[in-house]
Design a protein around this ligand. Structure first.
Ligand code: FAD
Length: 533
């Protein structure tokens, strides 16, 4: 009872169902709750899209700061507070562990490569000093190591085979705290209050529209409660039925940023869903149900953890080696929402402003950039998503880019999302486009998805001349997509990755089992093939 313990927060920014916190608080005299602002993640330069960088754009940093402020208030209510430091986490941690005479160090296991290297440094130091380390798995429902072990040492590469290896996840910790051990003497350290975004150098507050999603555990639990209030909606949830253009009332939960930062425990989410399933008669099932969505998250976490070089094409055994192009002009047009295809551009502007877009919107723009139209390397698109998404998540983002570019998991490269008809199906009036691309707000609905086809008189009346006020299409979809199919076929034929190219029949059968987009029956696949074309 007389020793000091530390809970080192990184993700897992919550009090509820936090096994590391729960372990740390037991039997210690003083508890030191620490978070280190790591400069590696901070890059205020809005033009920084460096390859492989995990640098965060303004919306995600704002979300993190909200989450830290919320965590600090919750800790204060329990008689504690957040000790915020800034600098290299491993260096700082090793210093404070000694100076604060910590005997027990607790932090949530984090499976990303950067985190594993950082944590090894700290753990090695702690062990050498005789400090006990406790690092439980609670960012995911399952321990990826266990799943890989069960699968004979290799990660399962299909959703179905992954699900077959899982059982029921452990229940969440149900204790609630009335108080936590007090913080001990922190000596000379400069402890920060949660800074304003500008203090971190993110000065571009000229951005007219920020993400509407505020960070923090309180907001996560409020949002969860709101999402699950309508039990029928939960029971009938089917991902392919969602409308990607529904921005005022998104068709899905928008819990991804809260799961990313651990403001929400996935086990708590899972068990709330199961309580609802138990209380209603029938409900949808994986892969399309809400539990199914959580299992997609687990699937990508497991494969990412067990696959060397998961975040790149070269050296990645499960990734097809495709000779992608690198046209910088086309990449910038895509990134800045200037492709001349309003559906694509509106999505990219929503991504930039809000940091969140619907799953099928992600499909549309990822397909367009890679195998659909521009034939640009998926790693380039991944970098842009990594910076701009509030929910940017190393395993899930890379996994989905591998999927969408037909580099892994999914191989129907001949199915391409139309940048014109796909969005029109959901939003024939183009309200989504009008909102995110106000330059097109007066374009008649007949032309809103293809403004270049509007007669000049119509363009003049709509105060939007294509080529002057809004770009002409950067490529002609018909010919570009044909060319992409050809290049993909050639790439697959000379493939040097470990995977065999599946026949079209195999692919369709597999797709019915493992659809991440996520139709589940052959008839739905047929419907979707029509829709996509
Ligand atoms: P819901 O449909 O309400 O699902 C609940 C939760 O399930 C989500 O919050 C998420 O944690 C998980 N989930 C849902 N779909 C998927 C999926 N396909 N793969 C893995 N987990 C899933 N999701 C991220 O969280 N971070 C990313 O960086 C990310 N990058 C993506 C990149 C591309 C190219 C694509 C196509 C998808 C990406 N996704 C990513 C997956 C998915 O689009 C988002 O998780 C989802 O849209 C988030 O919205 P939601 O919380 O309303 O989802």
């Amino acid at each position: 009872m007389d020793s000091n313990a530390m809970i080192w927060f990184r993700k897992g920014l919550r009090i509820h169902d936090n096994p590391a916190l729960d372990h740390a608080r037991r039997g210690c005299k003083h508890l030191f709750p620490v978070f280190v602002l790591d400069p590696w993640y901070l890059d205020p330069d809005p033009a920084a899209f460096s390859p492989g960088s995990a640098r965060s754009g303004i919306n995600r940093i704002r979300f993190l700061l909200d989450s830290l402020a919320d965590l600090d208030s919750s800790l204060r209510r329990l008689g504690s507070r957040l000790l915020l430091l800034r600098g290299d986490p491993a260096t700082l941690l090793c210093r404070v562990l000694k100076d604060w005479n910590i005997k027990s160090l607790c932090f949530e296991f984090d499976s990303e490569p950067y985190s594993l290297a950082r944590d090894k440094q700290v753990t090695d130091f702690a062990s050498a000093c005789g400090i006990k380390v406790f690092s439980p798995v609670s960012h995911t429902l399952f321990n990826p190591t266990d799943i890989i072990e069960k699968n004979g040492g290799r990660p399962p590469l299909t959703y179905q085979s992954f699900v077959a290896l899982t059982g029921k996840p452990p229940p969440p910790i149900s204790v609630t705290y009335s108080e936590l051990p007090t913080v001990g003497d922190t000596g000379e350290y400069e402890l920060l209050t949660v800074p304003a975004i500008q203090e971190l150098g993110y000065g571009d507050i000229s951005q007219e529209e920020f993400s509407p999603f505020r960070g923090g555990e309180s907001e996560a639990l409020r949002r969860l409660k709101k999402s699950l209030k309508d039990k029928e909606w939960v029971a009938k949830f089917e991902k392919p039925k969602g409308d990607p253009s529904a921005f005022l009332k998104p068709a899905t939960t928008v819990l991804s940023p809260y799961l990313k930062f651990g403001c929400l425990s996935p086990r708590h989410f899972y068990h709330c869903l199961h309580d609802i399933y138990n209380s209603v008669g029938s409900h949808t099932s994986p892969p399309v149900s809400l539990v199914g969505q959580l299992l997609w998250r687990e699937f990508f976490y497991t494969v990412a953890f067990g696959t060397p070089n998961f975040d790149r094409m070269i050296g990645n055994k499960i990734c097809k080696q495709i000779p992608w192009g690198d046209n910088e002009e086309l990449l910038v047009a895509w990134r800045e929402g200037q492709t001349g295809y309003p559906w694509i551009d509106a999505i990219m502007i929503q991504l930039k402003k809000w940091g969140w877009i619907h799953h099928l919107a992600r499909h549309s723009v990822a397909c367009f950039l890679t195998r659909g139209d521009l034939f640009i390397h998926w790693e380039k698109g991944r970098d842009v998503f990594e910076r701009l998404l509030v929910d940017s998540d190393w395993a899930i983002n890379n996994g989905n880019w591998l999927w969408l570019s037909c580099s892994s998991f999914f191989y129907q490269y001949y199915q391409i999302y139309s940048p014109i008809s796909f969005g029109k199906k959901y939003d024939p009036d183009g309200n989504y486009i009008r909102h995110f691309l106000p330059v097109l707000k007066d374009m008649p609905k007949e032309y809103i998805y293809e403004p270049w086809s509007a007669p000049l008189s119509v363009q003049k009346k709509a105060k939007c001349i294509v080529g002057k006020d809004y770009p002409k299409p950067v490529v002609a979809h018909e010919t570009a997509s044909k060319e992409c199919r050809k290049k993909m076929a050639e790439g697959y034929a000379s493939n040097i990755s470990g995977n065999k190219v599946a026949s079209q029949k195999d692919v369709l059968r597999r797709k019915s089992q493992d659809d991440n987009s996520q139709a589940s029956s052959p008839s739905k696949i047929k419907q979707r093939r029509k829709a996509i074309k």
